[in-house]
Design a binder for this molecule. Structure first.
Ligand code: PLP
Length: 426
């Protein structure tokens, strides 16, 4: 696919769409409309994914069952609420490349990150450092800092931030690995964002995990920008835990429930320190309400509360589409779509733009972060006005993500044309 020659014209983009076997999925989503009824060029699925058309009716079904059945809906709803989260597990596991016992949909990302660190950040006087990226998502940094302080330690001593080399935007894998080796037995946890939200860089999770484990550390990943975007293969990566949200590439609605992964090797360890609630307790005896806590094997043991069905139904509606298509096909289209975007944007010339996302398709997902020289927010406002929804990061980066599920080659071409004419006004 990558060796194909792209063409810089709309007819070519339309031809690619006509040949795209996932083209029909676009019509299964609501694409936001500009005032004249023309759809926006929506390239912001890395921030908030679009709404599947089935979500509304599926939510209405749950409202109807609640209206008609009250509490009996836990057993007699069309989709009984008591085991509801289990309906999502297999599809979610496939999206992130995990076994069902390793995956659950619960809480939100930052909450899950804290729950995971309670279990997998166990500092001692000698081994107490956490390694993160210097440009980690702010919430991750706050969470990690607060965990360090919670253990009576000082982030100044215990928080290691990986910085890109002078003049570079992305971290080099060799630098990540050598830093882990260098910190050695003082590292308690390696916790990286995967894929990086700012640069779009996707790390080799297995290499990083192996390196962390070799040094005796635990390894976790924030996959907010990876889930539904790249093939994560969480099980094979061997990492101890991962967390993600489902409202970006996974189209589950604003603030929707997140996901979490704990590797199978921890599934039967009842001794792990853990914050607990009744939904993590043995399902057979949960409603006796008096037994000592007996964790469900696997990640379900980390569940605290009975889940919000009205949010979970939106996650489920989207997962059904991912289950139909599968990550392999999505990734194949995404790779081609992103390569087309890269090809077009690069024709604008490197005096004007610089793509800071790695050019190696194995080191990125759908997103390209485009640095526009001497641009400011005004330039971005012009492309928004012209019908593009993308994302601006100060001081000069546009993040654009053509997602395989609903974006087209025509979207990519239209974005390029609009960017090109906006640059003339710069
Ligand atoms: C989107 C995102 C979050 C958001 O966290 P919430 O708890 O869902 O608000 C956290 N970390 C990363 C890396 C993200 O991209």
């Amino acid at each position: 696919m990558l060796s194909q020659t792209f063409e810089n014209n709309i007819a070519f983009a339309k031809k690619m769409d006509a040949e795209d076997e996932l083209n029909a999925y676009r019509s299964k989503f609501h694409i936001p409309l500009k005032s004249e009824g023309k759809p926006y060029v929506y390239l912001c699925g890395n921030s908030l994914g679009l709404q599947p058309k089935t979500t509304e009716e599926n939510i209405l079904q749950e409202l109807k069952d609640w209206k008609n059945l009250g509490v009996e809906g836990h057993f007699h709803a069309k989709n009984p609420w008591l085991p509801y989260h289990e309906f999502l597990t297999d599809a979610m596991a496939k999206v992130v490349g995990a076994k069902p016992i390793e995956v659950v949909v619960m809480n939100t990302l930052t909450v899950n990150l804290h729950l995971m660190m309670v279990s997998f950040y166990q500092p001692t006087s000698k081994r107490n450092k956490i390694i993160i990226e210097a440009d980690a998502f702010p919430s991750d940094k706050y969470a990690v800092e607060s965990q360090i302080k919670f253990h009576g330690l000082n982030p100044k001593d215990c928080l290691i931030e990986l910085k890109a080399r002078e003049g570079e935007s992305c971290l080099r894998e060799e630098d990540i690995l050598s830093r882990i080796d260098q910190e050695g037995e003082t590292v308690a946890l390696v916790m990286l964002g995967n894929t990086n939200y700012y640069t779009g860089q996707f790390f080799d999770m297995k290499k990083i995990t192996d390196c962390g484990h070799k040094n005796g550390a635990k390894v976790g990943f924030d996959c907010a920008h990876g889930a539904g975007n790249v093939e994560l293969n969480l099980h094979d990566s061997g990492c101890d835990f991962a967390v993600w949200c489902n409202y970006k590439y996974l189209n589950s609605g604003p603030g929707s429930l997140g996901g979490a992964f704990v590797h199978e090797r921890h599934a039967h360890n009842k001794e792990l320190p853990r914050f607990t609630g009744w939904w993590g307790h043995n399902k057979e005896t949960r409603f006796k309400m008096r037994d000592a806590f007996d964790p469900i094997p696997g990640i379900e043991a980390w569940q605290l509360s009975n889940p919000p069905i009205l949010s979970m139904v939106a996650v489920w509606s989207s997962l059904k589409l991912f289950d139909e298509v599968g990550m392999k096909k999505l990734r194949k289209k995404a790779t081609s779509l992103t390569a087309y975007l890269e090809y077009l944007v690069n024709t604008l010339g490197d005096e004007v733009i610089k793509i800071i996302t790695p050019s190696d398709p194995n080191q990125r997902g759908s997103q390209l972060s485009i640095q526009v020289k001497n641009a400011d927010k005004k330039m971005f406002d012009i492309i928004t006005e012209a019908g593009v929804i993308a994302d601006w990061r100060e001081p000069d980066v546009i993040r654009v993500a053509p997602v395989a599920m609903y974006n087209s080659y025509e979207d990519v071409f239209n974005f390029y044309s609009i960017l090109k004419s906006a640059l003339k006004f710069k």
